[in-house]
Each structure stands twice: as structure tokens, then as C-alpha cells.
Design a protein around this ligand. Sequence first.
Ligand code: GLP
Length: 255
Amino acid sequence: MKIFIEKDYDAMSEKALCLFRHFLPGIGVLGLATGNTVLGFYERICREYANGNVSLKGIKTLNLDEYFGISPDHRESYRTYMNTNLFSRVDINIEDTHLPDPGGDPGEAAERYNAVIDSLGPPDLQVLGIGQNGHIAFNEPMSPREARTRVVLLTQDTIDVNRPPSGAAITMGMKDILKSRRLLILASGKSKAEAVSNMVDGPMTYKVPASFLQDHPQVYAVIDEEAASRLDVSYIKEQNRRYSEFSGNPELFDV
Ligand code: GLP
């Protein structure tokens, strides 16, 4: 796991953009996340597009999850979030954007999304946030590493934090998330410090689904100082300094 520790939310978003631009030429399928953490990053992608600096033309997207038991045009659905904050503002073809169905028979909805994932293949880059309880997408604590898409009940922690429009969600499983070629995970703020520490330094356990990322060969974690407050920051910064000296690229070091 390559860890970048950035001063604050804006610097975290800027670094995420920098990595994204570096990876963009190799992205055919882009995995996307929702939540507050990634908003600054998406805003920057939209600005870069508006300024003619990036194009997402031809890219197909796969979102991680959606609330279940609501309509896709519910104002708090993840479909609405994605359309508003990214899809309508860049040159992605809306028909190439995929989120799991938010209703119908749960088993069939899950199978339909697995079929979409299978037909597009794993993302070249998967963007991730992290829940305060260490969840990834809606793989809540106790989620198996081998799970695929399914409908899940949210934990009380997540309900308290997200104030969701439904207590159920449909989520891609850790198995498919971990098949992505690269993972770009963002975390900001004190409330994420414990989850980040468990993700980086804790035992790999289904009690903290984010800890499964330890096993993935290409994880880029961009974390602001508050979220990194329980990490060994001086060790990580020293390693990064050595890498950048070695590679001659202080921005990206060995990406
Ligand atoms: C939701 C999403 C996750 C996201 C998490 C973090 O629970 N299902 O994919 O990572 O929120 O949200 P925030 O960035 O708002 O803290």
C-alpha cells in the first residue's frame, strides 16, 4: 500500500486528481464511490474537464453500491449523487454508467449487477472511501472477503453517520473490489483515524473489511493529516521521501 499523507481535505483531493490524471490513459473501466470524501476529487475532475485538460470519453463506469428499496431518482440515491456530481458534468456517456438496481427482487438485482461486472471486467482503477467502522462500499464489518454483490442491512453505526433513505443497500462484494487493477482510497478527518489505522496496521480481518486491502498489490491511499493521526506518519513520510529521491518524481514517486 502506498500511503500519501496530505495536509487537509483540499490537498487530499488535489493529490487524488494528480494520481487519477496519471492513471487516466490506461482506464477503460472506472470504479466509482460515493460519499462526502470523494466530492472534492470529483469537483476537480469536472473542473479539469471544463478547462479542456481531461476527457473521460469512452470510459465505462461501475459504482460500488446503492441504497435498496428506493427509486433511482430519489434525491438521496447514489444514482442522483453520481449524475449531479460527475456524470452530467463530463463527457461520459450516461449509458455507460452502471449502478446496482435499487429495488426489485434482491437476489435477482444482485445477479444482474454481477453480470454487469462480469461483462465489463474488473475496473482498471477503483475509487474508494472508507466508513468510520472500516466498511468499504457497504461491506460492513463481518463481510466475507469472497462475497459478491448482495443486498445487505446497514449497521446502526452507518445509519447514524449516513442518515440513509433506506436501512438496506445493494453492494459490490470485497471479492470483485479486490480484483480491480488499482485501488485509490481517500480518507479525511478525525472520524476516520481509527478505521484508517485498522486498515493499514491492524490484523486482516472480516471485522474490518478495509483491512483486506493490505493484500492488494496496487493500493494508493490518500489520507489527510487528521485521518492519518494514528499512523506512523514520520516513517511513512521518510519512506516517501526516499522513493521520490530514487525515482526523481516527487509527486508520484514509484507509481
Ligand atoms: C458510504 C459509501 C461508502 C463510502 C462511505 C464513506 O457508506 N457506501 O462507499 O466510502 O460512505 O462516506 P464519506 O466519504 O461520506 O465519509
